[in-house]
Write a protein that binds this ligand. Structure first.
Ligand code: FE2
Length: 292
């Protein structure tokens, strides 16, 4: 299997126009299409038609995560692998997702859906305040079976992981690209969304973005600006108008997007205060809240 990159997050929003305003004016994406109750938006450095799809819905949360493959035959391979693992998987025709060719949607053991595709229309580059969609953190009661499938069937690399005192997987940071995580998994309700993260160009940009959020009265996590021990990034969290958590971040180290080239970094649970919030050394209770 050759997944080349995280392409986009498809999320649910309560009011499409309000959400489009947030993702264009606060995040800095540009609208690349609108069709059937969905809006498609692209980050300046994205190579695909969109990096975010907003779906009008009666609740917030994740619809699916899109990954681009290297070869059309990878789609057949992924479909076979999913069925061998007993997972629901189905083909979706070209055009069902605007700007994309046919693809394969797989429902993971965690009940999150990932969609693999080969072709995306190119809409060109543009300047803007964020670089790209960097990663998505999702939650489920037990991340282990999903992480095992991502590793074994789809060749994801686990760059860092958190183990409980019994050595059982508590959280994992997985990647198919050159940044340390594209799809991270932590404990929480089945199919839940914790946040989607946008990369800015340098650490000082994160500070400028916090100023902007405060100026616009966008609700943020109480820490404002902080740093993660995991990944080492400078970061801030805030919410879109539907309650989906967003992140601006910068400073992730590079890592190979294939398994076993570099040993996985292991964290134990007692270290997760500074692993999550390095300066504060403790996790704000609000950070555990998720949307499903
Ligand atoms: Fe993050």
């Amino acid at each position: 299997m050759a997944i080349t990159r995280l392409s986009y997050a498809s999320i649910k929003v309560l009011d499409l126009d309000v959400a489009v305003r947030h993702y264009t004016e606060v995040i800095g994406l540009r609208l690349t299409g609108r069709q059937d109750g969905r809006a498609y938006l692209q980050a300046p450095d994205s190579q695909d038609h969109h990096c975010v799809i907003l779906n009008r819905s009666d609740s917030a949360g994740l619809d699916h995560v899109g990954f681009k493959v290297d070869d059309p035959q990878d789609l057949d391979e992924a479909l076979d692998a999913a069925r061998r693992h007993g997972l629901d998987a189905r083909r979706r025709p070209a055009g069902e997702i605007l700007g994309q060719g046919e693809g394969v949607t797989i429902v993971l053991p965690s009940k999150h859906s990932i969609h693999l595709f080969f072709h995306s229309d190119r809409v060109g580059y543009a300047a803007g305040p964020v670089s790209h969609l960097d990663h998505i953190l999702v939650v489920c009661p037990d991340p282990a079976p999903t992480v095992a499938f991502l590793k074994e069937a789809l060749d994801f690399n686990v760059s860092e992981q958190v183990l409980d005192p019994a050595g059982k997987l508590f959280a994992a940071f997985t990647t198919v690209g050159h940044t340390m995580h594209n799809l991270a998994m932590a404990p929480g309700p089945e199919g839940g969304l914790h946040h989607l993260a946008f990369y800015v160009y340098d650490r000082a940009d994160v500070i400028r973005r916090v100023d902007l959020l405060k100026h616009r009265k966008v609700p943020t996590l109480q820490y404002g600006l902080t740093r993660h021990g995991v990944a080492g990034v400078t970061t801030t969290y805030f919410f879109d108008p539907s309650g989906n958590r967003n992140e601006f971040q910068c400073g992730a180290y590079e890592t190979p997007g294939v398994p076993d080239r570099v040993e996985t970094i292991n964290w134990d649970l007692p270290s997760m205060g500074k692993g999550t919030f390095y300066y504060e050394g403790a996790v704000a209770p609000q950070f555990y809240e998720t949307v499903s």
